[in-house]
Design a protein around this ligand. Structure first.
Ligand code: ZN
Length: 443
């Protein structure tokens, strides 16, 4: 469930000039300070703007009328409050919509400044809130390079290979280390995303070394990931259990028997961030508090659940499943409040047959492919704002099914393949119902 709180302020600062020359963003500066972050947009003409804030995730949306949205918005040092600046779909072709993604809620103040001295027209955005650690203000600025438009950015998928270094993870009956299996699958999965237009992977761990579990979602956030997939292989004290499972975050204790076992075992002890454990750690306390008040949690959790169901759907074509529904647990690696995150247990390395399977490269390739296909299906339905996939979706047409219409009829009318319509709408069969809104992919 996505909860939205919208505050709308509407401000016309100037009367629109008669010649209505399109406004250009010619510069961007950001200064994260001890009590607020100031963002300044340099403009070729006085700005006409409206803005509103949204929650889950927190962001400020600014609509600039009669303004080109071609300037580069990428800034390196945004401070702790601002996560990034980007464009989103504008209200109309003449306007620009800028979205400022925030790590915390902030009550913004926006005002325009007339030219003075070396400066031209400016729009100032003040975001109250602690935005740096040291308390000293640092300004980073970029000169606008209109050739470098970050609007159609790649979807970034962070892939976390479980364990590593001194932590081998589970060990199979013939001596196979979980850490090697997870890294191999992570690398294969990463290569698939990198080969897909509009997608890119980030490996949280790219070699055989250890990263503390709570650090893993932080790495995903630093890399501005849209999604985190953590890969593990299960183990049990008996050789019988087998099959994969997919886990999403639960703030409650996991209630399945296996979940309880996992929470007790030393092997996963560091991976687990049960609420009591995390809250005793001072540095994590604020982090957890934010998580609990659920600033962006609702969205991340429903997105994670949606994706985990798709992963299960794909994985069951490759391997048997230990659990047919997504499982919920309090793994530390799943606690990023703003990034949908799932943990995939690819099978039981403690089961001799599954250990053998996991040692087979083709099998690891198939597992990676199933996660890749599921992730593609997920993002096809819900592409993040500002991505190439989002702009593809915008170009697609919508069709509301009327009585007597079938998929083949619609395919004929729009001159697209039945299979493309099915893929665009994630349909498993040819049945459509009256009133259903279908996305018709562009040819
Ligand atoms: Zn593991």
């Amino acid at each position: 469930m996505l909860r939205l709180t919208i505050f709308v302020l509407f401000t016309w600062l100037v009367v629109m000039p008669l010649d209505a020359a399109q406004n250009q963003i010619s510069g961007l500066r950001i200064a994260p300070g001890s009590d607020k972050t100031r963002i300044v947009l340099d403009l070729s003409a006085p700005p006409q703007f409206t803005y509103f804030t949204l929650k889950n995730p927190n962001r400020l949306v600014i609509d600039l009328a009669d303004t080109a949205d071609t300037a580069d918005l990428s800034v390196q040092d945004t401070g702790a409050l601002v996560r990034r600046l980007r464009y989103s779909t504008p209200k109309n072709a003449e306007s620009a919509r800028i979205v400022i993604d925030l790590n915390h809620p902030s009550d913004p103040e926006l005002f325009a400044i007339a030219p003075s001295g070396d400066y031209g027209h400016r729009l100032v955005v003040d975001l109250p809130g602690k935005s740096n650690v040291s308390g000293t203000a640092a300004t980073s600025s970029v000169l606008i390079d209109s050739a470098n438009n970050t609007r159609d950015r790649d979807i970034i998928v962070a892939i976390d290979a479980g364990h590593g270094g001194n932590d081998p993870g589970s060990i199979g009956p013939s001596g196979t280390y979980e850490k090697h299996i997870t890294l191999s699958i992570a690398k294969k999965l990463g290569a698939m995303f990198d080969a897909e237009p509009g997608m890119r992977s980030v490996l949280v761990r790219s070699g055989d070394y250890y990263i503390y579990p709570t650090k893993r979602p932080e790495i995903a956030r630093e890399k501005k990931a849209d999604l985190l997939i953590s890969i593990h292989a299960d183990a049990f004290s008996q050789p019988e259990p087998r099959g994969g499972s997919v886990w999403v975050l639960s703030m409650r204790r996991a209630d399945s028997e296996l979940g309880r076992w996992l929470e007790k075992t030393e092997r996963h002890s560091e991976l687990l961030g049960g609420a009591a454990e995390v809250i005793s750690d001072n540095a994590s306390e604020r982090y957890l508090a934010e998580t609990i008040i659920g600033l962006s949690m609702d969205h991340s959790m429903s997105a994670s659940y949606d994706l985990s169901e798709k992963v299960i759907g794909e994985m069951k074509q490759v391997t048997r499943l230990h659990k047919r529904a997504p499982q919920a647990a309090s793994f530390a690696v799943l606690t990023a409040p703003d990034i949908p995150s799932i943990l995939v247990e690819v099978g039981f390395i403690s089961n001799p047959q599954e250990e053998k399977n996991l040692l087979w490269e083709e099998y690891r390739e198939r597992l990676a492919r199933s996660m890749f296909n599921a992730t593609k299906r997920y993002f096809k339905q819900a592409p993040p704002d500002g991505t190439l996939w989002a702009s593809y979706k915008e170009r697609n047409r919508q069709h509301k099914v009327r009585s007597g219409e079938s998929l083949s009829l619609l395919a004929q009318r729009y001159n697209v393949k039945v299979s493309s319509i099915k893929e665009a709408n994630d349909l498993n069969n040819d049945v459509v119902r009256i009133g259903q809104v279908l996305t018709i992919p562009s040819t």
